[in-house]
Design a binder for this molecule. Structure first.
Ligand SMILES: [Zn+2]
Length: 76
């Protein structure tokens, strides 16, 4: 697989996904992702993107200011 930004080489890596929802920041650690070795662009496959969405919507309902979760190892 090639980077869609610069056509660089993509490496499988665990990265930290972070999203600011305004009143709450969600941090998901150890997310399986593809990182471009050239420009650093991070991409996720469909299953991972779906899972992240699920995690974020769960966290949005909670009242914590900062939520840090590990990516579920058995997901996707
Ligand atoms: Zn790239």
């Amino acid at each position: 697989m090639k980077c869609f930004m610069c056509k660089g080489h993509l490496e499988d890596k665990l990265t930290t996904f972070m999203v600011d929802l305004g009143k709450c920041i969600v941090i998901v650690k150890n997310v399986p992702s593809q990182v471009c070795s050239q420009c650093g662009e991070v991409s996720y496959n469909n299953e991972v993107a779906k899972e992240l969405e699920k995690i974020v919507s769960t966290m949005r309902a909670s009242l914590t200011e900062i939520a840090v979760v590990n990516y579920p190892p058995n997901a996707a």
